[in-house]
Every structure is written in C-alpha cells, then in structure tokens.
Write a protein that binds this ligand. Structure first.
Ligand code: NAD
Ligand code: DAU
Length: 352
C-alpha cells in the first residue's frame, strides 16, 4: 500500500512525511516541484529509506501524475502542494493561479482518470484529501464567533482566493463524478522547517541577525496558531475516518495578536540566546507599512473535528513556540541554506 503526497518537501508536507514514516511502513510517493519553498534537506533523515520515493515534478503535469498513479497505485492522494505566501501573492498572483487553481484542476483530472479504472473495493476505499486554509473564510471582527465549516467563503487575497477556487473544484469532483474527497481548512501553522518569509521564522532569523523585526500596521492582527505536528495528526485522522465530501476545520484555539507573538519570541530568545550587550531583542521591533487588504482576525472553531473524529491538539502555544525557537537555534545551518540567493532578492523586494 502507498499514499501519494504532493508538496511533501515544503514546510507542512515535509513534517507530514516525516511523521507518517515514523508511525507507519506504508510507502510515501512524494511529488514536489521544488520551488523556492521546497527543500530536500527537510527529508535528509529519510535518505536510503525505500519507503520514501521522491519525484521532482508539477502537480499540473497530467502525464507525469498519470504515470505515478499507474506505477504505484496509491490508496490516497494528499494535496499539500501550493504557492502559500500571502505577500508573494500580492506582488505576483500569477503563480498562485497556476499552481493552486490550474494545478489542482489538472491533479483532480489525473486522479479522476486513475480512480475511475479501479476495482469496486479500491474505488470505495480511495481518498483524495485536499489541504486548505482558514483564509478562504475571509476576516473576522473582534467579537465574531470563530469560523465553522458553514462560514461563507469570502477570500481577500489572491492567495486565499486561489485556495478557495481549489476547494470549490475539489468539492465539485465529489458531487459531479463521485470522487471520494475530503478537505481540511487549517489555521496558521508554526514549527520546524518553516520558511523564514513567514512571521515566526522571519522574526527569529532577523532577531539573531540583528535586523529589524517588521510589524505590519499596528501589529494587532490576530492569528490562531497551531503547532505543525498537530496539523499532521489532524490530517491523518481525517484521512482515516473522515466522511467523504465533508470539510473539517483544524485549529489550536490559540488566538494571538502578532505583536504578542513577536514579544513572546523575543522573551524566549532573551533567555536562550541573550545578546552580548544585555539588550532585549524586542528593541529591534520596527513598525512598517501594512499588508494591502490585510485580514484583521482569523479564528478556527475545531469542534466538529473533535466531536466527530476525536481529534484535539497536543501542544499548547507555550510549549510549541518554545520548541520552535529551540529548533531554529539548533538548526542555523538549515536557515543559512534557505536564506541565501533568491531569499535575499525576495526580502529586498518585499521590505524595501
Ligand atoms: P510551502 O510553501 O512551505 O510548501 C509548498 C510546497 O509545494 C513546496 O515544497 C513547493 O516546492 C511545492 N510546490 C509548489 N508548487 C508546486 C507544483 N506546481 N507542483 C508540485 N509541488 C509544488 O507551504 P506550506 O506552508 O507547507 O503549506 C502546505 C499546504 O498547506 C498549502 O496548500 C497551504 O495552502 C496549506 N496551509 C498552510 C498553512 C500554513 O500556516 N503554512 C495553514 C493552512 C493551510
Ligand atoms: O491562516 C493560514 C495561513 O497562514 C496559511 O494559509 C498561509 O499559507 C500562511 O502563510 C499563513 O498566512 P498569514 O498571512 O497569516 O502568515 P504570515 O506568517 O505571512 O503572517 C502572519 C501575520 O503576521 C499576518 O497578520 C501578517 C503579519 N506579518 C507577517 C510578516 C511576514 C508581519 O507583521 N510582519 C511580517 O514581516
């Protein structure tokens, strides 16, 4: 038996592959284009492990995907592959449309063709699990209840709009063709292998480099943080027992304002890696121009996943954020590798 994971060299995908193979001997076929966000170093510990088959390629390449499906006959496809950074989608939305919408469409077509030709039992057991985001629901006012699965879609960035479009396509393949699909909509993840363009790893990286810690606008935007391995366990649970056609919100009940998150990171760094001059890293906090169309608040109501599938997160924000800082301090080589070249050009374009 095997599963096909797309985007398994990225932040969440690589954590998922590592976690999966730590718990199971079921082979993972890992299809990843290795864009700037994909990094085989994340999977170094699997070198020589024949339960992991890495293939560099595009989810939109129907010939390649058909070949992989025929060759490995996976019992499930899990779609993590995407362009994932909101700021990049504002500077250049084209790639988001291409991968997140057109790519997902092509992947669905390849999977539909493969699934249609399976025997009755394999057809019933097959699953297509689409990994999506809470950003498809848009933004909340301070006192609004958290997003449930019934919240209307109201995406506000090219990234979230492209993810919303992919969610709709996935849904339509169940209703039109009967393809057994599942969708998860998760809140902000953090943890090891998080690319340092996103708030938490960027702040750790800049703090240690003595650079400004950029806070967009007033820093009072709220995100609902989930440690990445809790996201992975939720996906495994949904794959195992989720009901076809259902969507499941995944979140950690950890709403925090950005400024609070940055102060927490600075306090942990002050303790674990004090600056030579005794100053706090928080002195590097710098307010910068706000993100256009910046969503003010996200919050996930994860009660359906708990009620129906018995999933709850294992990390608190306090335990997860400390582990994360410790991981970055212990893995400065990884950070140095991913922050060379294209990364520098991106930071230049984004913050100049
Ligand atoms: P990421 O940007 O770190 O990784 C994306 C991966 O997809 C990379 O390895 C990249 O090389 C690969 N990829 C990109 N285009 C591809 C293509 N056309 N074909 C094959 N591979 C391609 O993203 P992430 O943060 O790990 O997010 C993974 C998924 O989870 C995405 O679908 C994202 O929308 C969703 N999500 C992310 C978060 C979060 O907080 N990071 C929260 C909820 C949902
Ligand atoms: O909610 C889930 C989403 O979370 C995922 O779908 C996305 O793929 C993921 O990137 C993330 O989106 P955000 O835009 O919330 O994450 P980001 O880390 O970019 O920003 C978190 C918050 O911090 C957001 O309010 C913007 C702010 N921010 C971000 C950066 C990079 C800053 O204030 N300064 C910064 O330099």
């Amino acid at each position: 038996m095997s599963i096909l994971v797309t985007g398994g060299a990225g932040f969440i995908g690589s954590n998922f592959v590592l976690d999966w193979l730590a718990r199971s001997d079921e082979t993972v076929i890992n299809l990843d284009l290795l864009t700037y966000a994909g990094n085989l170093q994340n999977l170094e510990s699997l070198e020589g492990d024949n339960r992991h088959v890495f293939v560099r390629g595009d989810i939109g390449d129907q010939t390649l995907v058909a070949k992989l499906l025929e060759e490995h006959k996976p019992r499930a496809v899990l779609n993590f592959a995407a362009e994932s950074h909101v700021d990049r989608s504002i500077l250049g939305p084209g790639e988001f449309i291409q991968t997140n919408i057109v790519g997902t469409f092509n992947l669905l077509e390849s999977v539909r063709a493969y699934w249609s030709n399976l025997g009755a039992n394999e057809k019933d057991a097959f699953r297509f699990l689409h990994v999506s985001t809470d950003e498809v629901y848009g933004t909340l006012e301070p006192n609004d209840p958290a997003f449930t699965e019934d919240h209307r879609y109201a995406p506000n960035s090219p990234y979230s709009a492209s993810k919303a479009a992919s969610d709709h396509l996935v849904r339509s393949y169940l209703h039109t063709y009967g393809l057994p699909v599942l969708t998860t909509n998760c809140s902000n993840n953090y943890g090891p292998y998080h690319f340092p363009e996103k708030l938490i790893p960027l702040v750790i990286h800049n703090a240690l480099a003595g650079k400004p810690l950029p806070i967009y606008g007033d820093g009072q935007q709220v995100r609902d943080w989930l440690y990445v391995t809790d996201h992975c366990s939720a996906i495994r649970r949904v794959l195992e027992s989720g009901e076809c056609g259902e969507t499941y919100n995944v979140g950690g009940w950890n709403e925090k304002a950005n400024l609070e998150v940055v102060h927490t990171l600075c306090a942990i760094l002050d303790e674990l890696k004090p600056k030579a001059d005794g100053a706090s890293y928080s002195e590097q906090i710098t307010y910068v121009k706000d993100r256009p169309g910046h969503d003010r608040r996200y919050a996930i109501d994860a009660r359906k996943l708990e009620r129906e599938l018995g999933w709850t997160p294992s990390e608190t924000f306090e335990s997860g954020i400390r582990k994360t800082v410790e991981w970055y301090l212990a893995n400065q080589d990884w950070v140095a590798n991913v922050t060379s070249g294209h990364y520098r050009e991106w930071v230049e374009a984004q913050y100049s």
